[in-house]
Design a protein around this ligand. Structure first.
Ligand code: CUA
Length: 353
């Protein structure tokens, strides 16, 4: 059998070895853009909607579990890749046979140990995530609707304070969420504060969160629930206790009466155009329950469940063509109203602070 190359003096084995090393070099170079991409991607692991930038006790536990698992995966991958490369390049002999035994051992013993450690670590985090919330802490009932969030604060005096699409929380205090759905399955998730929990019609799930950092965070629906699923988000404001108490007591009040001429006209437009059939504005005849409570809409940061920031132009766009802003939304457009009426309506709604 021929063992040397017909074109040069090198042996066939030398040819195979040099081809293998060339391939390794190529592969290493191919990883360079990948590492650059990874660096860019990891740079985005922050901000108001990141599990890797925790701002709550539960999110810290989940992030720690993630980093332990990611670190373990990197170590195992490195060791296994090293063993594979070694077994490919090592010369056949007694040493290589030992490597074979090592791989079999590593394929059964090491994974058993690693998975047992991870399981123990994972189970140990569970009690922290479901610890009971003291009775004096806030209780918030959230109902997922297509495609917005009906939020009700339950006070200790038995009062219910209706809000929508925006949640305020006091920093450093555990909060209990009671989660429910009105139509289909949704999922409640504030990545910076904790894990996600399904919202199932006819069943109330509980979630404990304890925010540790003041800030504005984004919550989302994490279960596909129909056409506007991607536009079903909400804003979470974690603030000092006194700011939270002020906000809550303001939300208990009836809506402010409009003072300016334009806003007063806007109130008449609201009441005469049928808006009150779906929306409540406390202190007025509008008492509809189909859509969000608008009594304090002007105090919120967004409209259309986190789709647009609350500002005059956005409110005008929303009222004139709801489907252009949020496809599938159940609220009809009011583009048939004269522009002067739409501007008056906008002034009234923005003034509901
Ligand atoms: Cu609600 Cu997705």
């Amino acid at each position: 059998m021929r063992t040397s190359c017909p074109n040069c003096a090198r042996s066939l084995k030398q040819h195979v070895d040099s081809a293998f090393h060339r391939a390794l070099r190529l592969e290493r170079n191919a990883y360079k853009p990948l590492f650059a991409l990874l660096a860019v991607a990891v740079a985005g692991c922050g901000g108001s909607q990141s599990t890797l930038a925790p701002a709550g006790r539960e999110a810290e536990t989940i992030a720690a579990l993630f980093w332990w698992m990611a670190g373990g995966a990197v170590v195992i991958w490195t060791v296994v890749t090293g063993l594979i490369l070694y077994s490919i390049t090592a010369h056949p002999g007694p040493k290589a046979r030992q490597m074979g035994l090592l791989i079999i051992g590593g394929g059964a013993v090491v994974p058993t140990i690693v998975l047992a450690v991870l399981l123990t670590f994972g189970l140990a985090t569970l009690p922290k995530l479901v610890a009971p919330v003291p009775p004096e802490c806030p209780r918030i009932h959230v109902v997922g609707e297509q495609w917005w969030w009906r939020v009700t604060y339950r006070t200790h005096d038995g009062d219910s304070i209706p809000v929508a699409n925006e949640i305020h929380l006091p920093v450093g205090e555990p909060v209990e969420f009671l989660l429910d759905a009105a139509d289909v399955i949704h999922a409640f998730w504030i990545p910076a504060l904790g894990g996600k929990v399904d919202m199932i019609p006819g069943r109330t799930n509980r979630l404990r969160l304890e925010p540790t950092k003041v800030g504005v965070y984004r919550g989302v629906c994490a279960e596909y629930c129909g056409e506007a699923h991607a536009e079903m988000s909400f804003i979470v404001i974690v603030e000092e206790k006194k700011d939270y108490d002020n906000w809550l007591s303001q939300q208990t009040r009836d809506a402010t009466e409009p003072t300016g001429e334009l806003a007063q006209r806007g109130k008449q437009v609201f009441l005469s155009s049928g808006c009150g059939a779906c929306h409540t504005i406390r202190g007025t005849p509008a008492d509809g329950r189909l859509g969000p409570d608008l009594s304090h809409l002007g105090s919120r940061k967004s409209i259309a469940a986190g789709t647009l920031t609350l500002q005059t132009d956005n409110l005008l766009d929303w009222l004139s063509d709801t489907h252009a802003v949020k496809e599938g939304v159940h609220m009809p457009s009011f583009g048939m109203l004269p522009e002067a009426d739409l501007r008056a309506l906008t002034a009234y709604l923005e003034g509901l602070d």
